[in-house]
Design a protein around this ligand. Structure first.
Ligand code: DGJ
Length: 714
């Protein structure tokens, strides 16, 4: 074949690029490439391992249209569907321009502007590439200049195309106290949608994240996998559709269910962010990408440590008074934790919050329970050298409350029907600015009166039921969207006024686990289920996407068949807390817990800031193990025997993430006082090479046995 001279090739490439731009969105390891075709429309040409040679990129096929519109020649699920004022619902988007700028070192934003040439509708596609962490954030802005509002039926945050032989989807579904179960299924022709319609939260039955493994089933350390999640604390959807050519499109965004949006002229509709990573070496790397990105760029106080705590919920439920709480603070001191957290039941007077049937909405201390108010508790905690945190559920109301009596107009309800209650409560109408002020005021009033409060646990136990907003009147289809926007307005104000206030997000379990909410919250409560065996599975599921410092894990009395050591070892893999009565533990157990807190504080650089390597899945059998490697190279390994079989063959577990040329001392810690280690090779020095090639005999045949092993450079 005759060679084309290089200068001619370059000239040719430049001419093509000037007329048909090629837009490259690159992270350190991944490229997402768009091309403008001769018809002026934008196509996604490539998504995968980073491509570096422009000469190769020029030869890429055109691919699938970037943001497919309703009403044209495509026969599958569109990204956008709008109805114009003249009754026409077609849209055809042509490339107008694009630009790229550095937002901060290692963070680059590309904006591609598209327009219809028949209707004044503009769609801007945003891509923010995080070079080091290999995460791409994408969202869309939609606007128009028609005379009157247009109706938007669909408005995806993102659309991605893949062209592979096979696709395997891992979803994380479940229920209350049974969250984030890991299930993988092959995708075939047609559509699979993961979505939720809960209104005030993304999750309860279905987590707002997924893993999509390409060509083969997913594995921890091999294979190409795309992992995505949506930052939206409300109804979401992901649609995976395989077409007649076995091409896959992935759509994500706000669930358009019952949410037609009237977009006014010149209003900009900004979709939520869709974040994704593409790993070439399996799920483990994808998780580490998300963990690093979250700590570096997204989480509230992502770079800060987290406080250990004692929570009174399971020790007292609603049954407490001042004296009992101050006694529990002494327990917190005995445990050596940083903070005492007062849970539900401290407020309301006309209808005191003595159960979950009443009082929600009336945020004054119950006088006979707390005669000296919250301020007294704050100062008692301070005297004892610990911090004080407090529970609120400010978006909700019990019908038996003064708030409901005074402000029925603030409550989402159907005035012509019987009310349906989820946990005996209703949701306040956060689309209403007056309600936003009230909800902000719950935090602001407490902080103004008691500036010593160091932490909030923000609960949200009910989905939106009885769906009707007295405030929105004729615009009911905006409620799901405006509720979440209202929530963010409140959280923005809180963050602005109290930037250093850590807050935990709780939603009767893992209902509010999304990365937009985590801009405002330092951590979240993954499940009300604290049975340590269940937690091994639940934490395994959430760890796919969220770093350990976000996963509140409390030692409780759920499943007393598991020793206090087993329960604590499980909780130490997340953000450690206790929700337990010390008085019910013997001296040895109390001593163990105190030592465990000390150990945890020492291990924080590994667990909270380090790299997670999931070694053995609880889904694969009777054991599980994970390890965390701190930035300084030291590591901690957690190993659990759940229900080993009689005569089961136990294999050594190979560690990961170590330096093969370094020497490490292996030492079992977190033992019950007086107990010795039965770990083979305990207190011996091994090379990283040995530990990663031969491994350690981490498992035993003992039911509910656990081990914590430090691996420290010698
Ligand atoms: C549900 C939470 O998940 C619990 O931890 C506790 O805070 C209760 N709400 C209080 O009502």
């Amino acid at each position: 074949m005759r060679k084309i001279p290089l200068f001619l090739f370059l000239l040719f490439t430049c001419i093509i690029q000037a007329n048909n731009p090629i837009i490259k969105i690159n992270t350190g390891e991944v490229s997402l490439i768009y091309k403008v075709a001769d018809n002026g429309r934008l196509y996604q040409s490539y998504l995968g391992k980073r491509l570096n040679m422009d000469s190769d990129i020029a030869l890429l096929p055109t691919g699938g249209e970037a943001y497919i519109t309703h009403g044209m020649e495509d026969y599958f699920e569109p990204a956008i569907h709008i109805l114009h004022n003249d009754g026409n619902s077609s849209l055809l988007l042509k490339y107008v321009s694009h630009n790229t700028k550095l937002l901060s070192p290692g963070v680059e934003e590309t904006v591609i502007t598209l327009q219809d040439d028949k209707y004044p509708v503009t769609v801007k596609l945003f891509y923010v590439a995080y070079t080091k962490e290999n995460i791409i954030k994408t969202y869309t802005e939609i606007s128009h200049k028609e005379k009157k509002a247009v109706t938007m039926h669909k408005y995806a945050s993102s659309m991605l195309h893949l062209n592979r032989g096979k696709y395997f989807l891992t979803e994380f579904a479940g229920d209350w106290a049974h969250e984030a179960n890991v299930t993988e299924l092959p995708l075939e022709f047609g559509k699979k949608t993961l979505d939720s319609k809960l209104g005030s939260r993304a999750n309860m039955f279905c987590s707002p994240f997924f893993q999509l493994s390409l060509d083969d089933k997913s594995a921890e350390n091999t294979g190409e996998i795309l992992v995505g999640t949506l930052g939206w604390t409300g109804n979401f959807y992901f649609t995976f559709e395989i077409d007649n050519k076995n091409d896959l499109r992935i759509l994500s965004g706000i669930n358009p269910y019952a949410s037609e949006y009237q977009l006014q002229p010149n209003e900009i509709f900004r979709t939520p962010d869709f974040y994704f990573t593409y790993s070439l070496t399996g799920k483990g790397q994808a998780s580490r990408n998300f963990h690093n990105w979250a700590r570096n760029h997204q989480l509230k106080d992502g770079d800060k440590t987290r406080m250990t705590l004692l929570n009174n919920w399971e020790a007292t439920y609603f049954d407490f008074d001042e004296e009992r709480l101050v006694g529990l603070m002494d327990d917190a001191v005995k445990l050596g934790v940083d903070m005492f957290l007062l849970d539900d039941g401290w407020f309301a007077n006309k209808y005191p919050r003595s159960s979950d049937h009443q009082g929600l909405g009336d945020w004054d201390e119950t006088a006979d329970k707390l005669p000296h108010g919250v301020g007294h508790l704050v100062s008692e905690a301070q005297k004892k050298g610990i911090k004080f945190g407090i529970w609120i559920e400010p978006e909700m109301v019990n019908p038996k409350s003064e708030l409901y009596e005074k402000h029925k107009d603030w409550v989402i309800h159907l005035s012509n029907r019987d009310e349906y209650y989820f946990r005996n409560q209703l949701v306040l109408d956060l689309s209403n600015p007056a309600v936003q002020d009230f909800v902000f005021g719950v935090v602001d009033n407490l902080m103004t009166k008691y500036p010593g409060i160091a932490f909030f646990k923000w609960d949200c136990n009910s989905p939106i039921t009885n769906i009707y907003s007295p405030y929105l009147k004729g615009k009911q289809s905006h409620l799901y969207i405006d509720y979440v926007r209202g929530l963010y307005k409140v959280l923005d104000r809180i963050k602005q006024k109290y930037p250093d206030l850590p807050m935990m997000l709780c939603s009767g379990g893992g209902g509010r686990s999304d990365y937009e909410a985590l801009k405002y919250f330092t951590e979240f409560w993954p499940s009300d289920n604290t049975d340590p065996i269940e937690r091994l599975f639940i934490q395994w599921g959430y760890s796919q996407i969220f770093p350990a410092k976000t996963l509140c894990a409390h030692v409780t009395t759920w499943n007393k068949n598991a020793s206090i050591k087993f329960r604590t070892d499980v909780a130490m893999m997340g953000k450690l807390g206790f929700d337990i009565k010390l008085a019910e533990m013997n001296e040895n157990e109390q001593k163990f817990c105190h030592q465990a807190v000390d150990n945890y504080n020492r291990l924080k650089p590994a667990v909270l800031e380090g790299d997670l390597y999931r070694l053995v899945s609880p889904y694969d059998g009777n054991h599980t193990s994970s390890m965390y490697v701190a930035k300084d190279g030291n590591a901690v390994v957690f190993a659990f025997d759940i229900y080993p079989r009689y005569g089961e063959k136990l294999l050594p577990v190979r560690l990961q993430g170590l330096d093969k040329d370094k020497k490490y001392r292996v030492k079992e810690i977190n033992l019950m006082p007086g107990a010795g280690s039965s770990l083979n090779g305990n207190d011996k020095v091994y090379s990283g090479e040995y530990l990663m090639s031969v491994g350690l005999e981490l498992f035993s045949t003992q039911i509910l046995n656990s081990r914590v092993i430090q691996v420290v450079a010698d």
